[in-house]
Design a protein around this ligand. Structure first.
Ligand code: DGL
Length: 267
């Protein structure tokens, strides 16, 4: 017997902008029976430059509204900048909700590197976090980890995915500090620790001074979400359900078109 998909609660995917779409596309593959609600806090974008306390308060307050309004089965916080700051607060504030977080993939990078030189490309916020330092201490103490906080890449990724041209030199200036040579060894892994960056991965590959593994955690996050969201036998995705909400209430034309391309209607 088939269970109608609309009987299942949706999964909420959250980011400051469009970066969470890189996680949404993987989550859909693994959870085809679920409806998804994509939330972009574009009124607060970019999160990377915010002071910690006001951003933490903003995120917890926002989730108070979102959880009440949409009553999801689970929430994927598809934003390193948000989750490394407010993940613990969210779990405390909403103990009945399942939160799947996004944190810099430092552990897998430390397991895979051959040269021992790993770089973490992230927003300035994520680079500053105690959470990120703790990950390095716990899982990568034997590696040389270079933290690279980029002021501009999240905006550039948004522009690029909307079809605007971004100059190679500008991208190169942001990624260059990731490439380290030390005692005859070279960086061999760059962790994409902002969900916006996988949209630029092909540009990064083309401009990189030497080939590296660009580590995108989207699939691992989706796998974790699948583990926490029960698979209901025979359930089917509700027809035309998935939609996106922008906190500004006024996403521009190219953003709307992008959302349509991802099969999301604008609420
Ligand atoms: N996509 C967000 C992340 O994963 C950050 C973008 C921003 O600066 O708002 O960190």
């Amino acid at each position: 017997m088939t269970t109608a998909g609309h009987d299942l609660k949706p999964v909420l995917v959250f980011d400051s902008g469009i970066g969470g779409l890189t996680v949404l596309r993987e989550a859909r593959v693994l959870m085809p029976e679920r409806g998804f609600i994509y939330i972009a806090d574009d009124a607060g974008f970019p999160y990377g430059g915010w002071e910690e306390q006001p951003l933490r308060e903003r995120i917890v307050r926002l989730f108070g509204d979102l959880l009440e309004r949409y009553d999801p089965e689970a929430v994927v916080v598809a934003c390193n900048t948000a989750f490394t700051l407010a993940g613990t607060d969210l779990r405390h504030a909403f103990p009945d909700m399942r939160f799947i977080g996004t944190v810099p993939a430092i552990k897998p990078a430390a397991e895979r590197t051959r040269s021992g030189l790993v770089s973490v490309l992230a927003t300035p916020g994520t680079v500053k976090r105690a959470y990120t330092r703790d990950l390095i201490q716990s899982f990568a103490s034997k590696c040389h980890v270079r933290l690279v906080g980029s002021e501009n890449l999240a905006r550039m990724a948004e522009a690029y995915i909307r079809g605007e041209a971004i100059p190679d030199e500008a991208v190169l200036a942001e990624i260059s500090p990731c490439f380290v040579e030390k005692e005859g060894e070279k960086t061999d892994i760059v962790v994409l620790a902002c969900t916006h960056y996988p949209f630029l991965a092909n540009v990064f590959r083309r401009l990189a001074p030497w080939p590296v593994d660009w580590l995108d955690p989207a699939e691992a996050i989706a796998r974790q979400a699948r583990r926490l969201v029960p698979l209901v036998d025979g359930a089917e995705h509700p027809e035309g359900f998935d939609f996106a909400v922008f906190t500004s209430g006024k996403p521009d034309f190219s953003t709307r078109r992008l959302m349509q391309g991802f099969g999301l209607t604008m609420s």
